[in-house]
Design a protein around this ligand. Structure first.
Ligand SMILES: *Cc1c(COP(=O)(O)O)cnc(C)c1O
Length: 496
């Protein structure tokens, strides 16, 4: 098997093993770790068909994590995809009204972040061991709502780690917030910031590369890592479910092996859809990756014009996990479509930080053919929830609704009849006020916990274990800070 190493998108760094890339999270030059090449899948598509989720995960992930021994990887996978998920299928593909939905929200925190964050702690612990590192790992995490809880859940009480989460105080749903501030575990820290997700992510990225801070940490025998999708250990596990959707479609007899399909992905930080792009590069027959944005439509414009422009008002929408203007993982795509030219990426990222925008050249623009960019406004998103419910008695969440609405636009515009999978990223239980309000105006004004009960009655589905007693759990985290006080909070927690 070909060895895969990892380099920074900004180039100032020698190639490292995947264990080192995962342990460090972000390269010191501010770039993101990327594989030196995307491995081709060594197994024939037809041999994937009988595999369960764990077997498939091993087959895909070992192509990327070539420095992990097979039994190490197997242990990580076994511990991740177990009874934490409410179905042994892990990521079921369902069909309603001729449309396929890949439900990625059956993990403990009810959003797709569990797909990667249930395995990341094991990948990280194994990495640290492989590197003979005895340092305490401090996991810095910015969240737009879902990563935070999934990371807390994954790292709570993991020996040798501290997990610190920053969330936008005004930018997450009530349920998302309750899930985080009620987190137990002595090594967990949750802080609300007076700012938006971009502020939180910028703060985290800055600290991860602050030489002074890193030195102080070193003196304490600690080191930073990140649970955000800037960590390559978040992305690789996400490649698996693109293959899994495909094998489920084949096994239903709905496509032939080798037939191309599309995916419509509700996108914020560009992590999920990038995993789909990596799946395509590995050899999965994907025609289009439909990049669905909400009213923060930077990516829609970028895909259609080649100009990335974050200078605009930040809109708070009913799909808060996609309220993002700086999509970190796009840097990895840029690296790929520039022919791995780190100097180009460095310049573009400098333009972004100085002018708030950049434009790619015409050759790079050609690399965007794999994508279709669309967006849905609030009204269209609400309508998608209504439409899917009325037609099928199936309730989708606000993020999935964006992806559904954009797919409808794509269909209208292109008449492309290729089978398409809507990537469903969260349970409707996480966003009940907006979901229920879209279905019927009579639900306006009811509180989250009342609506959770109503939703359960309406769908005949039990309230998911992850939130069933949420109302009663004590609030354990009350710290709030200004966006320029994040480092101060870290220094206080770490006593440095
Ligand atoms: C994080 C998230 C997204 C966006 O995913 P990215 O990988 O950041 O593009 C979409 N929907 C939900 C529910 C999420 O939690």
């Amino acid at each position: 098997m070909k060895q895969i190493y990892y380099k920074s998108t900004r180039g100032n760094e020698k190639a490292v093993t995947s264990a080192e890339a995962i342990a460090r999270g972000l390269s010191e030059d501010g770039g993101l770790f990327v594989p030196t090449s995307i491995p081709k899948l060594n197994t024939k598509l037809k041999d994937l068909m009988h595999m369960n989720y764990k077997q498939l995960a091993l087959t895909i992930m070992r192509e990327f994590l070539t420095d992990y021994k097979e039994d190490e990887l197997k242990m990580c996978i076994d511990k991740a995809y177990d009874e934490k998920f409410d179905t042994s299928i892990i990521a079921p593909l369902v069909k309603y009204g001729g449309t396929y939905f890949l439900e990625l929200y059956h993990g403990p925190t009810l959003a797709f972040k569990d797909m990667a964050l249930s395995i990341l702690p094991y990948l990280l612990k194994t990495a640290v061991k492989k590197l003979n590192n005895d340092k305490e790992m401090v996991i810095l995490t910015a969240t737009s709502g879902d990563t935070g809880k999934a990371a807390l859940e994954g790292f709570a009480n993991v020996a040798g780690t501290k997990i610190i989460v920053f969330f936008p105080e005004q930018g997450v749903s009530e349920i998302q917030k309750r899930q985080m501030v009620t987190q137990t575990g002595d090594n967990t820290f949750v802080i609300g910031i007076n700012g938006n997700f971009d502020d939180a992510q910028n703060g985290v990225k800055q600290m991860l590369t602050d030489a002074n801070l890193l030195k102080k940490l070193e003196e304490k025998n600690s080191m930073f890592s990140s649970a955000n999708s800037i960590n390559i250990g978040r992305l690789i596990p996400q490649v698996v479910y693109y293959f899994y959707a495909y094998t489920q479609l084949c096994n239903r007899g709905d496509i032939e092996i080798g037939e191309e399909i599309n995916f419509s992905v509700p996108t914020g930080n560009f992590g999920n859809i990038l995993a789909g792009y990596y799946a395509k590069k590995m050899g999965l027959p994907i025609k289009k990756l439909i990049c669905a944005s909400n009213e923060n439509k930077v990516l829609f414009e970028f895909i259609n014009t080649g100009i990335y422009d974050k200078v605009r008002d930040f809109v708070i929408t009913m799909s808060p996990s996609m309220d993002i203007l700086i999509s970190s993982n796009l840097e990895r795509l840029l690296y790929s479509i520039s022919g791995q030219d780190a100097a180009v990426i460095k310049n573009l990222m400098e333009d972004l930080s100085v002018d708030g925008k950049y434009e790619i050249d015409s050759i790079m623009k050609k690399g965007l053919v794999d994508f279709y960019g669309g967006y849905a406004n609030e009204e269209e998103t609400a309508y998608a929830i209504t439409e899917v419910y009325k037609a099928n008695n199936y309730v989708i969440d606000t993020h999935t609704a964006v992806s559904y609405a954009v797919y409808q636009k794509y269909l209208k515009e292109t008449k492309d009849t290729t089978k398409t999978v809507i990537v469903s990223t969260a349970s409707p239980y996480k966003f009940t006020p907006d979901v229920m309000k879209s279905i019927d105006a009579k639900y306006v004004g009811l509180n989250d916990f009342e609506l959770i009960k109503q939703l359960s009655r309406m769908t005949n589905i039990d309230i998911p274990a992850g939130i069933v007693d949420l109302e009663k759990r004590p609030v354990l985290h009350k710290t709030k800070c200004a966006k320029n006080e994040m480092q101060m909070q870290i220094e206080k927690i770490l006593n440095i």
